[in-house]
Design a protein around this ligand. Structure first.
Ligand code: HEC
Length: 150
């Protein structure tokens, strides 16, 4: 008998604890959930991993850089690697519009000036692929690249 009372007592104590504890929690919890579903509402199952990658910089340009595979040849930090030159500190050499066109047809820019001729020669075993994406997206990416400092 005593034992059963103890069990019931404990159950009641837990229920009361939960009512107060969970009651308060539910308030904040549901506020979080609303904010969260707002964020994730825009198609998030596949956006989630990208958000991880682009943690430091979530601008559209940074996302295109990841998604279009630029990092393979220009590095995760855009500092270049043995497949491609650095993309940092390019602001003096390009307008965003020119760079957007370059992304569409890299080869057509190899004779643009001495600097490009040299870069193309230096990486002559590697080809910068053409990116046939909408101009607005290339422009977004180019603008972001031009904001990168050395
Ligand atoms: C397969 C390797 C490769 C990939 C992938 C690649 N690039 Fe390149 N990139 C190069 C090479 C090699 C050059 C050197 C010049 C050339 O070949 O046109 C270059 C040159 C450039 C330049 C000119 C650099 C300068 O000094 O003016 C820019 C800008 C550039 N890439 C941007 C990008 C962007 C943005 C992407 C992704 C959309 C990308 N690249 C993807 C290999 C690559």
């Amino acid at each position: 008998m005593a034992c059963r009372t103890l069990i019931i007592g404990t159950a009641v104590a837990m229920a009361v604890f939960c009512l107060t504890g969970c009651g308060g929690g539910a308030g904040t919890g549901s506020a979080d959930a609303t904010a969260g579903s707002g964020d994730t509402g825009g198609g998030s199952p596949d956006a989630a991993p990208q958000a991880d990658v682009a943690q430091a910089d979530e601008s559209p340009g940074a996302k295109f850089y990841e998604q279009w595979g630029c990092a393979v040849c220009h590095g995760k930090d855009q500092g270049g690697n043995r497949f491609g030159p650095t993309l940092r500190g390019l602001a003096p050499h390009w307008t965003a519009d020119d760079m957007a066109s370059y992304l569409l047809k890299p080869q057509s820019f190899h004779d643009r000036n001495d600097r490009m001729r040299e870069i193309a020669k230096k990486y002559n075993t590697m080809v910068m692929p053409p990116y046939d994406h909408p101009h607005a997206d290339r422009l977004e990416l180019a603008t972001w690249i031009l904001s990168l400092e050395e």
